[in-house]
Design a binder for this molecule. Structure first.
Ligand SMILES: Cc1cc2nc3c(=O)[nH]c(=O)nc-3n(C[C@H](O)[C@H](O)[C@H](O)COP(=O)(O)OP(=O)(O)OC[C@H]3O[C@@H](n4cnc5c(N)ncnc54)[C@H](O)[C@@H]3O)c2cc1C
Length: 242
């Protein structure tokens, strides 16, 4: 099997920004004609699905639990990192990138980690807008703690329940889209196989875990890598310190 991460060309810090500037855009009027399948509704898939539906795409989501609320993301505790430098302690996107590469024992894909650092600040803003109750200082500003042995305080947290609170935010955003008819949520459905047409993912085969029936669903499939790049995914990791 050929392993191709499809990371864009160019200097490390510009790869994803350049790619985003180069890719074709979809006409807003055409978005409602495109069906997107998102398999998994944890923090990555749930927030991606809500964002895509908000943009106008028709989204089908799948998870094998009885509710997106049961995804493993709910277990995350420590917090979510963002290089906002609220503490004025010298933090920057580069430092978050560097610490994350180091925390991942130099095994992560550098361009993707750089992208993660670039979008980390926006992720916090979006979560706050969704109502995630991050801890605050007495003056009302968002609090940060130092986590994972890093020399700056960049971890945004909600007591020891950050994952649960983030998932509630993502799930609320999903519910808004379900209510608008833009997301069809297939819970208790397990993806069994991927349907490819001319090398492109076009659908999935899934088992309905209630009835046992095998179903087919068509649409564009978002792979996890794509999801993580477009969504406010939870991947601003706290350097392996869960
Ligand atoms: C105890 C604990 C503490 C943690 N603390 C932190 C922390 O402090 N900070 C941090 O950044 N990270 C932390 N993490 C890691 C972080 O929680 C995860 O990396 C992240 O939540 C993963 O999100 P996800 O959406 O990719 O996956 P998940 O939340 O696991 O979601 C996977 C989804 O895929 C679906 N799925 C899987 N297979 C199929 C299939 N075949 N068919 C249909 N659906 C399928 C599931 O139903 C589910 O909806 C922690 C993890 C744990 C366990």
């Amino acid at each position: 099997m050929a392993l191709d991460s499809k990371i864009p060309q160019g200097p490390l810090a510009d790869k994803w920004t350049k790619h985003k500037n180069d890719i074709n855009l979809v006409n807003p009027a055409n978005k409602r004609n495109i069906d997107v399948i998102v398999v998994g509704t944890g923090l990555a898939g749930g927030s991606a699905a809500a964002s895509l539906a908000e943009l106008g795409y028709n989204v089908k989501t799948f998870c094998y639990q009885d509710s997106p609320r049961r995804a493993h993301s709910i277990a995350a505790q420590g917090g979510i990192n963002a290089a906002k430098n609220y503490q004025g302690d010298g933090d920057s996107n580069y430092r978050l990138f560097y610490d994350t590469i180091k925390g991942g024992d130099y095994r992560s894909r550098e361009a993707n980690v750089h992208r993660l650092a670039e979008v980390s600040g926006n992720i916090i803003d979006q979560c706050v807008a969704q109502g995630v109750p991050f801890a605050r200082e007495y003056g009302g500003l968002l609090d940060n703690r130092s986590f994972g042995g890093v020399l700056v305080s960049r971890t945004f947290y909600a007591k020891g329940q950050t994952g649960q609170q983030l998932l509630l935010g993502a799930y609320s955003a999903m519910n808004r889209q379900i209510n608008r008819g833009k997301i069809q949520s297939f819970n208790r459905h397990e993806m069994l196989d991927l349907v490819k047409v001319n090398g492109k993912a076009r659908g999935i085969i899934a088992r309905n875990l209630i009835t046992g029936e095998i179903e087919r669903h068509s649409g564009q499939i978002l792979r996890r890598k794509t999801i993580n790049n477009i969504s406010l995914s939870f991947s601003a990791v706290t350097n392996n310190n869960s």
